[in-house]
Design a protein around this ligand. Structure first.
Ligand SMILES: Cc1cc2nc3c(=O)[nH]c(=O)nc-3n(C[C@H](O)[C@H](O)[C@H](O)COP(=O)(O)OP(=O)(O)OC[C@H]3O[C@@H](n4cnc5c(N)ncnc54)[C@H](O)[C@@H]3O)c2cc1C
Length: 342
């Protein structure tokens, strides 16, 4: 028997899951298809939220709306399910060189940066950042999966592109029929036959979990970062690699991360490595997400390309895409894949 629904979503990482939640909350019967065996960046990620990034200390565009939306989304899930997933923590930013010191001087004089950057510290060669923290991505995903399963909205299966039948006004996969389908496969989207033309730029990343009796109070960031997560645990990340794209932890990344540890926190020498994960960030060449409908297949859409900032970006873009899908509001132009129609 055919089961009809409004929309199919392929991939239940942060992108697919948050989009599905937003749409279902708005009354859209969205069904998720995702393979738990295929690794997900969202499961490896540290979930850091940092408005000012990079050596040049660049403030994220549209930051106020992004933060407001992220906080609203995560707090909605927290109060609905009685959990804590968003942990707000100050960040101690340590200077690596004079270029960073002068970037800070320049930014500090700019009123736009005032809510995010604090004065330089006397005791350490660095400064404090505000409105930073991290999202417990695994707790969020486990919670959303539970809710989707209990409303029969999650199918745990691999999606083979050859199994999709595309008609004029509908798509069909196995016994499911929907008006439209949205692809959220993370970096594997670059092998999607309809969206492979988009300029993806995936980057491998690795993170260690350390056990230590001494934990810093704040997140410490010096390019690499140390993130205290409680119970004598902290995470040490992250590496960036553009070759050998696989989700296998490597000795080289482990050595690179451990070499950075004494520069972040010189009292963490006794730390023991208790976990090591790898994932692939769904980066894009122009650093903006990929959102919208295929130029010639009006039933096929993509919601992807959140790079290394999924926790900060996805709630706001999910809201915008939901408005586009349900109320035909225009997409934010920087993310609309129409920018590649030539
Ligand atoms: C090491 C590392 C550290 C990171 N740190 C941070 C951080 O601190 N802060 C931050 O905001 N972001 C961070 N990120 C980035 C963040 O992980 C991404 O922005 C975000 O998770 C992307 O979510 P996604 O849903 O697009 O992709 P994914 O999480 O990869 O989800 C894709 C989903 O699609 C499924 N799938 C793919 N193909 C198929 C198929 N054919 N059939 C069925 N299912 C399929 C997969 O199983 C998966 O569940 C980090 C990433 C990595 C790797």
């Amino acid at each position: 028997v055919t089961r009809k629904c409004d929309l199919l979503i392929v991939g239940a990482g942060l992108a697919g899951s948050m989009l599905a939640w937003r749409l279902r909350q708005a009354g859209c019967d969205a069904m998720l298809i995702s393979d738990p065996i295929i690794p997900s960046a969202s499961r490896a990620a540290a979930g850091l939220i940092n408005p000012v990034t990079g050596q040049r200390l660049v403030l994220q565009e549209n930051i106020e709306a992004l933060l407001e939306s992220a906080h609203a989304f995560y707090h909605e899930i927290e109060s609905r399910f009685g959990i804590t997933i968003l942990h707000q923590r100050q960040m101690l930013r340590l200077f690596r060189n004079d270029k960073e010191r002068s970037a800070w001087e320049k930014r500090k004089a700019n009123p736009k940066y005032r809510p995010y950057l604090d004065d330089r510290l006397q005791s350490t060669d660095g400064f404090i950042q505000h409105k930073t923290g991290y999202l417990d991505t695994n707790m969020l995903l486990d919670t959303l999966y539970g809710a989707f399963r209990s409303s029969d909205a999650l199918i745990e299966s691999s999606f083979d592109y050859a199994d999709l039948d595309i008609d004029k006004d509908s798509v069909r996969w196995r016994n499911l029929e929907a008006k439209r389908i949205v692809f959220c496969e993370g970096w594997r989207g670059q092998s999607n036959p309809w969206f492979a033309y988009l300029p993806f730029q995936p980057a491998k990343g690795e993170i260690l979990t350390l056990e230590s009796s001494h934990l810093p109070e704040r997140i410490i960031n010096r390019g690499k970062w140390l993130l205290p997560t409680g119970k004598n645990r902290c995470k040490l990340g992250a590496t960036y690699g553009w070759n050998n794209l696989n989700e296998v932890p490597s000795d080289a990344a482990r050595d690179e991360l451990l070499a950075a540890l004494p520069l972040l926190d010189d009292s963490s020498g006794e730390a023991k490595v208790i976990n090591h994960v790898a994932g692939i960030r769904p980066g894009t060449l122009d650093k903006h997400p990929f959102i919208g409908f295929h130029p010639r297949q009006p039933g096929l859409a993509i919601f992807n390309g959140f790079g290394s900032k999924g926790s900060l970006l996805i709630p706001w873009y999910a809201e915008q895409f939901a408005k586009h899908l349900l109320a035909e509001k225009p997409l934010p132009s920087e993310a609309d894949i129409a920018r590649f129609n030539g």
